[in-house]
Ligand binder design. Structure first.
Ligand code: URA
Length: 210
């Protein structure tokens, strides 16, 4: 993956994303659509997983067949909305290890502060995929990736559903080595930090909170 940002413009992804954006889409449908889209995004973000060959026997003959190589990859959910992407991704990559990063924003400094951090071991030998549906200001994503690098991660990708240009610029500046996979780059952030046109608060929409 050489480009810094990959937009997954598959028609099924774009159709499902439109349904998710609609104000009147129910919590249950929103959740199901996120699960479905997460699988397309997971397919794209894992395109360059390392491969090896192993010798197998088909019912017809022996062959050298492709197989995944190296350590199991690590999916890291940035709480809480990242959890909405996990289930679908784990259906596709059932043996992935899973970690969680919890950050809140300090009201005085406006900086992200860690309140939870639990990640798989030997991160330095794994492909690490940090997931958060919304890349808005980029502050929490950049902070989460700072923490993952401090924990040893070297091969990190960032997967989101929607991105704002501001968030992409912030990530590119702070972590130019971390490719981003998303379903859309929207117009801009509004004064409250929401992505425009966006889909509202992803956590609230998937968990049915306000
Ligand atoms: N987080 C969200 O859930 N939605 C936005 O639009 C921006 C950040």
């Amino acid at each position: 993956m050489s480009e810094h940002v990959t937009i997954v413009d598959h028609p099924l992804v774009q159709h499902k994303l439109t349904l998710m954006r609609e104000r009147d889409t129910s919590t249950a449908v929103f959740r199901q659509l996120l699960r479905e889209i997460s699988q397309f995004l997971a397919y794209e973000v894992t395109r360059n997983l390392p491969m090896a060959t192993k010798t197998i026997e088909t019912p017809i003959q022996e062959m050298d067949a492709p197989t995944l190589a190296g350590r199991k990859l690590a999916l890291i959910s940035i709480l809480r909305a990242g959890n909405g992407l996990l289930d679908g991704m784990l259906e596709l990559i059932p043996s992935a290890r899973v970690g969680f990063v919890g950050l809140y924003r300090d009201e005085e400094t406006l900086q992200p502060v860690q309140y939870y951090f639990k990640v798989p071991d030997i991160l330095e030998e794994r492909m690490v995929i940090a997931v958060d549906p919304m890349l808005a200001t980029g502050n929490s994503s950049v902070a989460a990736i700072d923490l993952l690098k401090k924990a040893g991660a070297k091969n990190i990708r960032f997967l989101c559903l929607l991105a704002a240009p501001e968030g992409i610029a912030r990530m590119k500046e702070a972590h130019p080595d971390v490719p981003i996979v998303t379903a859309s780059i929207d117009s801009h952030l509004n004064e409250n930090g929401y992505i425009v046109p966006g889909l509202g608060d992803a956590g609230d929409r998937m968990f049915g909170t306000k």
